[in-house]
Structures are given as C-alpha cells and as structure tokens.
Ligand binder design. Structure first.
Ligand SMILES: C[S@@+](CC[C@H](N)C(=O)[O-])C[C@H]1O[C@@H](n2cnc3c(N)ncnc32)[C@H](O)[C@@H]1O
Length: 232
C-alpha cells in the first residue's frame, strides 16, 4: 500500500486528465455506476451528504443532482480545483456541492453530522482502510449510511480472466500514455484492486468498523461493487 504522500503526488500529477481517462477507459460506464451508488444510498432530498476522496467531484455532483446537500472532501488540491470549476459551469439548477481539502483519515467534522457518507474509487487508496472506514462511521448520524463504490474482483473466474487481460495489459499502457505526464498511475490501478479486499471481505471489514446491515451489489459482471452499511 503506497503512503498517503505517494497517493497525493500521484493524483496531483494526473488531475488534469483524470476525468477524460476515467470516462474513456470505462467506456462511460462509470457514470452509470455512480448513479447506482446514489440510488442504493437511499439519500433523500435535503439530506446532508459527505463524499470523501471526491477527486474531481463526479459522485458529489450525482448526489447534488438528486437534491442532497453535499460536501466533497479530498486531500489533493489539484483535484478540488477541477471539482470547483465543474461546479461553476454547473447550470443544472441543483445546489452546488461545497468542496473542502481534508484527509479522509482525519475528517474536520463533528461526529454524527451526515446522513450519508460516500466514497467512489477512493477508499482503496486510503493508507489505512480500517481507520478510513471508522472515520466515515464517526461522522455519520445514527441510522446513517456509508456507500462505497469501488472496483472489485469479478466473482466469475472466466470473466475475471478475460477482464484481467484488459485491466492488466491494455489499460496501463493506454492510461499511462494518455495521462499527459510521466506516471505509473494506471499500472497502480489494477495492482491496487488486486491487493484490495474482494466484495465479501470488504463487507466484513465494514462490519468490523461498526457498520450493520452491510449489503453489496456487483456492477457490470463484478468489475465494480457498491457496498452499503448503516451505523446503529
Ligand atoms: C480514483 S480517485 C476517485 C475520485 C472520485 N471519487 C471519483 O469517483 O472519480 C481517488 C481520490 O482519492 C483521494 N484520496 C486518496 N486517499 C485520500 C485520503 N486519505 N484523504 C483524502 N483523499 C484521498 C485522491 O486524492 C483521489 O482524488
């Protein structure tokens, strides 16, 4: 697991092309995944939502679109600059998310502040997974829900093999080449997914962090999954 400092540097470097590559390398499927995460969160209009590791804010904007009051947090300023710029272009009529610089391992919020805390493709990069989950639980109000959208290991062995060819052979070459800077961020991506707990293991880690009623749903043949857990 890379240190927080290494993760900061990596995302700082790829921030300018992050959105473009996200949509390109996932063939636009990431938008559908974010919408599904918002639906499974059962967030209601007006609910206070914190989207940690928000990057350029795509998941935050998805919550704002359905009427939630959203704060997005990330520890890389270059990502937040882009999130702010997208918000300024907005024009959807929805209330704009507010973006704040914050480490997910030490959130600048009182306990029990939010109804939903979300994280999209972020928790895998947090230096200490269990501490990150505990911090998400801390800022959730009783009955509030954490929603984790993350790449995972496809459960079907044949599909896993097929997807592995794309994920490990094609994506790193294309991603690193198109990132616009010298980076191995798109080699790190599949390697970090391999090292990350699979869906049942992540559910167990959420339970250990104090979440109850933990459920997960695979997306697109198990390339990604959405986990939802509640604080008692
Ligand atoms: C792959 S991006 C995901 C961005 C966004 N959530 C999305 O769905 O596109 C991961 C983000 O997590 C952030 N991150 C990683 N560790 C973090 C930490 N400890 N605290 C805050 N942000 C962190 C990185 O800066 C990066 O912006």
């Amino acid at each position: 697991m890379p240190t927080s400092e290494a993760v900061r540097q990596m995302f700082g470097a790829i921030a300018p092309r992050y959105d473009l590559l996200n949509h390109l390398l996932s063939a636009g499927v990431d938008r559908r995944w974010r919408r599904r995460a918002v639906a499974l969160s059962r967030a209601a209009k007006g609910d206070p939502v914190l989207d940690v590791c928000c990057g350029t804010g795509d998941l935050s904007f998805e919550f704002a679109r359905m009427g939630a009051r959203v704060i997005g947090s990330d520890f890389v300023p270059q990502m937040l600059v882009r999130a702010d710029a997208k918000g300024a272009r907005g024009g959807s009529g929805a209330e704009r998310p507010r973006f704040v610089l914050a480490d997910t391992l030490s959130l600048p919020f009182e306990r029990a502040t939010f109804q939903v805390v979300s994280v999209g493709f972020g928790i895998r990069n947090v230096e200490n997974l269990d501490a990150g989950l505990a911090e998400m639980a801390r800022v959730l109000a009783p009955g509030g829900r954490a929603v984790i959208l993350e790449f995972t290991t496809p459960p079907n062995p044949a599909f896993r093999k097929l997807f592995g060819l794309y994920f490990h052979r094609v994506l790193p070459r294309v991603g690193n080449a198109l990132a616009g800077v010298k980076t191995d961020a798109y080699t790190y991506l599949p390697n970090s997914v391999d090292a990350f707990p699979d869906a049942p293991q992540l559910a167990a880690r959420m339970e250990s962090a104090g979440f109850v009623h933990v459920k997960y749903e695979y997306l697109t043949f198990g390339i990604a999954a959405v986990h939802v857990g509640e604080v008692p």
